[in-house]
Design a protein around this ligand. Structure first.
Ligand code: GLU
Length: 425
């Protein structure tokens, strides 16, 4: 089943549980606008290559379209439609006045030079410039995109429009209109929710074993935050594979090692101690991504890509709690299996909403041209995440359903309210 179909099924299921007006469900199951562009790029060797790009504007019912742009060789339209839809629900779950959108380019950015990457980003921006803007559609980073890429987009957009327009994208560097706390916001938001969810379990952080799939912006920051709070991060991985250290990983060193070697998979050798990389005296081993998902642990954090835990491996997952920092990491079958097995899943549209929440703060600061200190960002994020957790938990209790359904229901109530008030349905 495609990721988009899976998302539509979740919407249908939530609508059924809450006995929602069928028109509301129909409306929200169709993205408002789908943009597909060809992006010609002059490569360093003088040849021109055409890349394919997308921007899906799913819903602007509650505010301008909002959502990241991903650069990945496997990007496709169905995936971008699913991700855009999830953004609409995500912004509604945390109750920020934004809609949902998503973009992507089919490319492996690691194969491009920096100059090629810049030319591609600027050409894509030029193609979508008529459709984006600080009060229309505001892109942000996603898989394989970062502050540098956002800077090129903002610069190109401002050049085309002949006016400064910092608020056209979020996730910018601090010196170019970024917000303090944005880089780690996805992870920080997830940790706030995680702590609420585990508050009553009475387990100390040092006794809590955490496994993290994905060591990009979300995963690495989550590892760092959890380590600083005393949790025991025992395994991490990236697209090449991972490492498992029974006694715990020295996260700060692992991040440094990944920066130097390109992959966390290189940060140990079988059976040998790499004192530079891991805890003093620890014995660590290399593992595959498949093995990582099946490790004995308390918390599994999924921060890579969609469809990582499926009907095939869900039975082997041993974690008692899953935090979805990635979008859509469980497929529908896995979701059912894990729910039946009593595994708590904190769903993506709540768990990773810290990213877009601080994007919202960044955009607000750009509009005001006045910038907040980090503790203000941190406190505001905490308040929103804790409140959203309470709303989602209350909805899942009220309807005796999963947290995922609780999150969809919370969002749906807010979306339906606006549709009704605006006489759209
Ligand atoms: N790409 C992130 C997400 O999936 C952030 C989106 C944003 O900040 O607009 O939530």
């Amino acid at each position: 089943m495609s990721f988009f179909q899976n998302t539509l099924d979740l919407i249908e299921k939530a609508a059924d549980i809450m006995k929602l007006d069928g028109d509301v469900q129909t409306m929200i199951s169709h993205p408002n606008r789908i943009i597909q562009v060809s992006i010609p790029v002059k490569m360093d060797n003088g040849q021109t290559r055409i890349f394919e790009g997308f921007r899906v504007q799913h819903s602007n019912l509650r505010g301008p379209y909002k959502g990241g742009i991903r650069y990945h060789q496997d990007v496709n339209m169905e995936e971008v439609k699913a991700l855009a839809t999830l953004m609409t629900f995500k912004c509604a779950v945390v109750d920020i006045p934004l809609g949902g959108g998503k973009g992507g380019i089919i490319v492996n950015p690691k194969e491009l030079s920096n100059a090629e990457l810049e030319r591609m980003t600027r050409a894509y921006t030029a193609q979508i410039a008529p459709f984006i803007g600080p009060d229309i559609d505001i892109p942000a980073p996603d898989v394989n995109t970062d502050g540098q890429i956002m800077t090129w987009i903002a610069d190109e957009y401002s050049r085309i429009k002949q006016r400064p327009a910092l608020g056209v994208v979020t996730g910018k560097p601090l010196f170019f209109g970024g917000s303090l706390g944005r880089n780690r916001a996805t992870a920080q938001g997830g940790v706030f929710v995680l702590k609420e969810a585990t508050k009553d379990l009475g387990k100390k952080p040092e006794d809590t074993r955490v496994v993290i799939q994905g060591f990009g912006n979300a995963g690495a920051h989550a590892a760092e935050i959890l380590e600083s709070e005393g949790y025991r991060v025992v395994a991490v991985s990236d697209s090449k594979g991972g490492i498992y250290c029974h006694e715990g990983i020295h996260v700060v060193r692992a991040i440094k090692c990944k920066e130097e070697t390109g992959s966390v998979h290189e940060c140990t050798v079988v059976g040998k101690k790499f004192d530079y990389h891991v805890e003093e005296g620890a014995v660590c081993e290399r593992i595959t991504n498949e093995q990582l998902l099946e490790l004995e642990c308390d918390i599994l954090i999924l921060s890579a890509l969609e469809n990582q835990v499926t009907g095939k491996n869900a039975h082997q997952v041993k974690a008692k709690l899953i935090l979805e920092l990635a979008n859509g990491p469980l497929d529908a079958e896995a979701d059912t299996i894990l729910a039946e097995r009593g595994v708590t899943v904190i769903p993506d549209i709540l768990a990773n909403a810290g990213g877009v929440t601080v994007s919202y703060f960044e955009w607000v600061q750009n509009q005001m041209n006045y910038y907040w200190p980090e503790d203000e960002v941190h406190e505001r994020l905490q308040k929103i995440m804790v409140q959203s957790w309470e709303h989602v938990k209350a909805a899942s209790d009220k309807y005796s359903t999963t947290l995922r359904m609780g999150a969809f229901i919370t969002a749906f109530e807010r979306l339906a309210e606006v549709m009704k008030a605006r006489s759209i349905v």
